[in-house]
Design a protein around this ligand. Structure first.
Ligand code: NAD
Length: 688
């Protein structure tokens, strides 16, 4: 083997050149790789003794993608475009030999080769849309030329890769070689076959796009309008595939390039790339001793089989971890177990799980009315009523039942984890594990670090979150932790706005247009207005209380802030409008017209302000953790990068200025965060 540079080798085996990349960990197409490949292909193409070229990668994967750390920086190294032109126009066959994940730029590299062989476990695709981008080096032009317009639309706008078998069926690879075989040798053998059979050089650019009718594109847009709402990259991708169908290759490629350039400098892709790193960063725990061990978790106990307990249990059952679930009453236990089964049966009915899978999961669930059944659990998660006295009593009992070293977790939404821990003789084993509803669906897990939580308990809670497919974020102890504490700010302003002059549907419309899946009043109606409300103590002091007194307790009663029909379709309520007007008059509030800009600023900026406090108090380890909480727990639009990133795109100074303008209306307890003032005055950013 001859080294071309530190990462690229070129060797020649009896007339076939093998170019190998060894750029760990994932053979990202960094400048050094592009430089090496350019030199290697120059050499191999110029050498008349070489009749064919095989491109392969060492390590765990073929080129996994572009080096996204280079995005947005001044270009350096050889151009991928020039390299691709060189490869595709070579006069000798180039065979890509693919294993691992060949994604984005990595897959584009494979697509400019004349032939592709792969192992069945290989995965290929163009996932750029997930970063607010599209394949910028011909991927959107070549892919539809192989798989047709319909499949290309699905692949490019979902970003979901396909496996080796599917790739073979779609013509994305020419031959599958057995798993575990010598891929390099298989590539060389395939190249020799191409030479022996004198097969023509297959250039994807010379193909035409099948099935590209105007109706296909129109239907695809209509079908996905909701999913793509607010995002720029999916529409740009669709346009590129239209261009692939309607324009000559080079013009289509230029169109793709222009669309890519618009996206890459845009806020959305910056936000989505930022979130990519933010999510990975969230797994890092500050101040943990090196080499902190993880406690093994082989059996999980859950207390409470209500809304949350059942959903939490499903996460573990899905991963084959047995669960013991405990209730106080047989009826509640049966109801909880039946709900879990029903959820699985529904999944099976949709064909996303077999009946066998359902039974396997249910068999791993042990329902019990006896707390003593939790004695052999390694992790016990409490999900009973949100009441400190009940939780303390329960943790006191658990202390006597749980085996030494068991982790005792609470799913409390707001309560002080340290106080809960104080009910035990082992506060070091107590931690908060705050799941979001529905707990089997929502990705966020806030792991609440108590004052005495042991490092290995914290590390284990974070690790188990990852095991069950959650994005776990560390939070300190405070009322409502990171997410609900900030949510309270939004809700307070939403409540104030409807007294000052807006209607619930005005507020919800602005929130929806911002990109949230629903506004605060729709969310209240969905969750139920009677959480924490009781008829006996209700004083009619708020709109919410008055609605509950009228038995308008949300969607479940067919009415709340809105009216609902039998299908839960929502309409604005004249009754609520009158109730709000009367309430405001009663309180002597002079209503005024409130424009959408004020509604948005009042919903979002107090959240940012609270985020700054959460950061300054060390409740969140870093600004990006706050953003991860909001994206994965509350449907904050990912293309806006979370509240703290959003603050940076607006500019802290402008956020501060708006808050100062609105200050008289923000409520007697509202205090502008010193950190916000500081970031604004220093012209800095929260998110670096
Ligand atoms: P829920 O009322 O649906 O369920 C609570 C269950 O706990 C009930 O089935 C009840 O019978 C059972 N229970 C009560 N005391 C018990 C005891 N001593 N032993 C065993 N079982 C007992 O409530 P939920 O919505 O599932 O909330 C549970 C916890 O999760 C609360 O702390 C809540 O704040 C938190 N939480 C709720 C949500 C949500 O959206 N619902 C989200 C995150 C966290």
């Amino acid at each position: 083997m001859a080294a071309i540079n530190e990462v690229i080798d070129l060797s020649i085996e009896d007339g076939v050149a093998v170019i190998t990349s060894n750029h760990q960990p994932v053979n990202a197409l960094s400048a050094i790789v592009r430089d090496g490949l350019t030199a290697a292909f120059d050499k191999a193409i110029a050498d008349d003794a070489i009749k064919a070229i095989v491109l392969t990668c060492a390590g765990r994967t073929f080129f996994a993608g572009a080096d996204i750390s280079e995005f947005g920086k001044p270009p350096k190294g050889a151009s991928l475009h020039a390299l691709f032109d060189k490869m595709e126009s070579a006069s000798k066959p180039i065979v890509a030999a693919i294993h691992g994940t060949s994604l984005g730029g990595g897959f584009e590299t494979a697509l400019v080769c004349h032939y592709r062989v792969a192992v069945p476990s290989a995965r290929v695709g163009l996932p750029e849309v997930k970063l607010g981008l599209l394949a910028g080096a011909g991927g959107t032009q070549r892919l539809p030329r192989i798989v047709g317009a319909a499949k290309a639309l699905d692949m490019v706008t979902s970003g979901v890769p396909v496996g080796g078998k599917a790739a073979l069926a779609m013509g994305l690879v020419d031959e599958l070689v057995p798993e575990g075989s010598d891929l390099r040798a298989a590539g060389v053998a395939f190249a020799r076959k191409v030479l022996a059979e004198k097969r023509p050089l297959k250039k994807v650019r010379d193909l035409t796009v099948a099935g590209a009718t105007p109706e296909l594109f129109a239907e695809f847009r209509a079908k996905n309008a909701k999913a793509f709402r607010g995002f720029e990259a999916p529409e740009a991708s669709i346009k590129c595939i239209e261009a692939a169908a309607n324009l000559p290759f080079d013009e289509g490629k230029k169109f793709e390039r222009d669309e890519f350039m618009k996206l890459v400098v845009g806020v959305q892709s910056q936000a989505q790339r930022y979130m990519f790193f933010a999510e990975r960063q969230a797994a890092k725990i500050d101040g943990l001793p090196d080499g902190t061990a993880i406690r093994p978790v082989k059996r999980v106990g859950i207390i409470g089989a209500g809304t949350m307990g059942g959903g939490i249990a499903m996460n573990f059952l899905n991963k084959g971890i047995p669960v013991t679930i405990v209730e106080t009453q047989q009826a509640a236990l049966d109801r909880g177990t039946a709900t879990i089964r029903k959820n699985y049966e529904n999944t099976a009915a949709k064909g996303r799980m077999t009946q066998d899978d359902v039974e396997k999961r249910m068999a791993a669930l042990s329902p019990s009315l006896d707390l003593g059944a939790l004695a052999d659990c390694d992790l016990i998660i409490e999900a009973v009523f949100e009441n400190m006295a009940i939780k303390k009593e329960l943790f006191g009992k658990l202390d006597k039942i749980a085996k030494p070293g068991a982790i005792l977790a609470s799913n409390t939404s707001y309560l002080n984890v340290d106080e809960i821990a104080s009910a035990t003789s082992r506060p070091q084993d107590v931690v908060g594990m705050h799941f979001f509803s529905p707990a089997n669906v929502m990705k966020l897990l806030e792991v609440v670090r108590g004052a005495k939580t042991a490092p290995d308990v914290l590390a284990t809670a974070m690790d188990i979150g990852k095991t069950i497919g959650k994005v776990a974020v560390v939070s300190g102890v405070c009322h409502g932790f990171i997410g609900n504490r900030m949510l309270a700010q939004r809700q307070a302003q939403a409540n104030a706005l409807i007294l000052e002059g807006a209607m619930p549907w005005d507020v919800d419309r602005v929130a929806y247009d911002f990109g949230w899946p629903m506004g605060p009043f729709q969310m209240s109606d969905l969750a139920g207005l009677d959480i924490g409300w009781s008829k006996e103590t209700s004083k009619g002091a708020t709109i919410r209380e008055r609605l509950c007194e009228l038995d308008r307790r949300g969607q479940k009663t067919g009415a709340g802030f809105y009216d609902y029909d039998a299908k839960r379709y929502r309409t604005n309520s004249q009754l609520v409008e009158k109730l709000i007007l009367d309430f405001a008059a009663e309180k002597g509030i002079q209503r005024r017209k409130i424009d959408d800009a004020e509604i948005l600023e009042r919903l979002v900026y107090p959240m940012i302000n609270e985020g700054a406090k959460i950061l300054a108090e060390g409740i969140a380890q870093r600004a990006s953790d706050i953003d991860v909480v909001w994206i994965y727990g509350y449907g904050w639009p990912v293309y806006r990068g979370g509240p703290m990133f959003y603050a940076d795109t607006v500019g802290a100074a402008l956020v501060l200025e708006a808050l100062e303008k609105h200050l008289p209306k923000l409520g007697p307890d509202f205090v502008i965060a010193p950190l916000l003032r500081q970031v604004a005055s220093e012209g800095k950013r929260f998110t670096g």
